[in-house]
Unconditional design. Sequence first.
Length: 591
Amino acid sequence: MAQGPDDRDRTAPHASAAPDYHALFDAAPSPYLVLDPGLRIVEVNRAYLAATATERRSLIGRPILEVFPDDPADPAADGVRNLARSLRTVLATGRPDTMATQRYDIPAGPGGAFVERYWSPVNTPVLDGAGTLTHIIHRVEDVTEFVRVRRAGRRRRRAAAEQQQCADRMESELFARSRAVRAANQRLRQANEALTTAGAALREQQEAKDRFIAALSHELRNPLAALQAAGELLCVDGPPAREALAALQRQITHTARMTDDLLDATRALTGRLNLARERLDLRSVVTTAAEDMLPEFSRTRRRLLVVLPSGPVPVEGDRIRLAQLTADLLNNGRKYTGPNGRVELELETVAGSAATDSGHAVLTVRDDGIGFDPAVADTLCDAFVRAVPASDTTVGGLGLGLPVVRGIVELHGGTVRAHSDGPGSGACFRIRLPLASPAPPPQRPPDERVTALHHPSLRILVIEGSADLAAGHRALLERGGHRVTVCHTGLAGLAAVRAAPFDLVLSDLALPDVHGHDIARRLRESLPADRTRLIAVSGCSQQADRDRSIRAGFDAHLAQPLSLTALDRLLSDWAGGPSPWPQDAPESPTP
């Protein structure tokens, strides 16, 4: 049926309506201006005029670097130079450039005085259909107040600086001792080649050294765990010294990582690094590891680019160890790349050359950092080797990340190669792992033992021989609204269970009187499996250690230092729903 005049009049305005893009640009809350390829200002919005205290007629048609000169009274001013460098980069590459926070003072009035201002700028190219740059969008945010607030916290950061210096001294001493161990290893190898008749004795010394490093790493875990728990407790109590606490937590985590590296490197070099193999998609492992590293890249002002294939990358391997080697490679690239440097992670597959060869997964990590002499490429994966001289203290670590990577790769039947064109040219590390056969993985039966926990406030027994560590765990758990009892011996823990019911028992294994496995066996004889959960906490956390704990009667085995995040995730899985740990302590906990 044809429309009448009234119908057409009603619909026509809606059909022809279109947004006024110029009005939208002018009303945008963020400050924007638009430049032509000659870096002249062709458009500006109201937010930019307000932020810079300028007028439109004084900007349009003029070069941006002429409109906003450096303060002539400040010999250290570099705002014009930095902005010009960024704009030239966009013109040369046709890609956006995000600048670091800049001090760029602006004129305050006709008297010629300048006002101190700090900005966070982004320069974005506008390309036509042929890919030619036609304009540059310059967006800034005034972060002056943020910088001033940060300056006001210098007194709190002084404590963080002292913690940093202490950690640096510890790291330097530990690295020096590690190099001494490396030198001792070299002397042992030379002696073994020269004195073949004494080979058995030398091997025994080498094994004793490996056992010593493993024992040292294990013994360091308990004091580190106590420090970590104390740091978390300080963070929970309040934020008055947030910067200092953050520095403390970073250094504790760094020292704990070095301790773990010592233990893992010893196991990798002696072939005792165990794997929990499963069929998995390597894409998910790489993605998770990269996401976990992003905060550290952002904090240290490095860029991370991840390139993944569109299809799955099936491999047979240990999910935790493969994530560890990915994180170690990314951390290695981050450390040896300067601020605003770039690290690229690429995962791809290579088809096999025969019917029996399923092909390979190739994981490549490239950086544009300091690089290394190609002559040392084959030794970079040796223990206690770094790409910089020992006198260079700007790059931390013990030189154990790459040996651990090589050990994990070789246990997966793969290879690792390092390459650089020379100092200053960046580095490339390429991992090749065999792809799994295309056969679908078998379905695992559900765990029949999992039952739900319904207690937002839990009754928890902590059996821990270290008084400091037990006190830290108790304080943190009580902050979560839980009722906590602490015992320092196994016999005291058994007596506590006989005297009162508990929802959860956290038990150390290396107790002074009774081994944790014996405690689990005794408790399982008297406690209902669907009412009380038992969790082992130990510095020995290989798959074989976890298996022994499960056979002894524990429901789970967590590594020391105890991660409250891991404990929270475990209890959430058992509960089959939202976390049983309250985000805020309830006024009246559910019994």
